[in-house]
Design a protein around this ligand. Structure first.
Ligand SMILES: Cc1cc2nc3c(=O)[nH]c(=O)nc-3n(C[C@H](O)[C@H](O)[C@H](O)COP(=O)(O)OP(=O)(O)OC[C@H]3O[C@@H](n4cnc5c(N)ncnc54)[C@H](O)[C@@H]3O)c2cc1C
Length: 243
């Protein structure tokens, strides 16, 4: 399709599938790829992509040459804008007659009954060591369910065996960018921060007013998660009419 329509840009989401497909596509088209972009700008007909590097410590501005320009975009970072006059996309259907890959997907295995992938979720309620044990994540699941979100975790709680590794947010876990990230009993170590700093709104609940997470949260609640979270869930139930 890319060879047929010669697009200027090919944009894919920075999900597991998008990150797998984009570099393959770029190689086949003998062109460039920028991964995990958080900003795109067209300047004098050139595409300038902004992407985090060194675990989010620096932001690179990459000038992309070659055609088409392939990029993967972090989920939830870009907002859809209204354009006038509206553009109707041309939808092309593709058919694959024979297998053109040497890989065969045998099976998809999901962990538990997760409704959404952590990297694509709009709301994440994450728990850390402050949750005190695996049984206490029930209160986070309740809060997440009311808001249509999913539960994440810090490495301390994953290492303790309270949550699966697929829930881990951070340098050695998943990079997430939800609209709302609620960190419960998480101190805000740099390795956690890099995985969630692109969230639009960060809310921290921690009983230690000196916890580093309050240094970069948009809203901070100094308090005990076991009091604050159920109270928040109750208010959210009222708000969403889910009594
Ligand atoms: C190479 C490397 C890679 C790493 N990768 C990651 C990663 O991917 N993700 C990650 O998260 N970490 C990662 N870490 C670990 C990271 O440095 C921290 O150790 C970890 O994030 C701490 O987890 P935590 O915030 O849950 O625990 P803690 O730092 O122990 O914080 C627990 C917090 O809970 C609060 N608390 C306790 N009880 C309550 C209560 N009842 N109510 C409210 N608050 C309470 C405490 O005040 C405290 O602030 C990595 C470390 C290294 C060296």
């Amino acid at each position: 399709m890319a060879k047929k329509i010669s697009p200027s840009f090919i944009l894919l989401p920075a999900t597991s599938t998008g990150k797998d497909l984009a570099p393959r596509l770029a190689i086949h088209l003998n062109t460039v790829v920028a991964a995990e972009c958080t900003e795109l700008e067209i300047r004098n007909d050139e595409l300038i992509a902004t992407r985090p590097a060194y675990a989010g410590k620096v932001l690179l501005k990459v000038k992309m040459k070659g055609n088409p320009k392939v990029a993967t975009l972090r989920p939830n970072v870009f907002t859809a804008k209204e354009v006038t006059p509206p553009i109707s996309p041309r939808v092309e259907s593709l058919s694959f007659e024979k297998q053109v890959t040497r890989m065969t997907v045998k099976e998809f295995v999901t962990h538990g009954a997760r409704k959404q992938d952590l990297t694509e979720a709009g709301v994440i309620v994450s728990g850390g060591r402050g949750m005190g044990g695996p049984e206490n994540y029930k209160i986070l699941e309740d809060l997440a369910n009311v808001m249509g979100g999913v539960v994440g975790a810090s490495r301390a709680s994953v290492d303790a065996g309270w949550r699966p590794h697929s829930d881990q947010v951070g340098q050695t876990g998943r990079t997430v960018s939800p609209t709302l990230y609620i960190a419960c009993g998480i101190s805000g170590a740099i390795q956690h921060r890099v995985g969630m700093i692109n969230s639009k709104v960060i809310v921290a609940i921690n009983k230690d007013p000196e916890a580093p997470i309050f240094g970069f949260a948009d809203y901070g609640i100094v308090g005990d998660v076991f009091e604050v979270v159920p109270a928040l869930t109750q208010e959210m139930r009222k708000y969403f009419g889910k009594n």
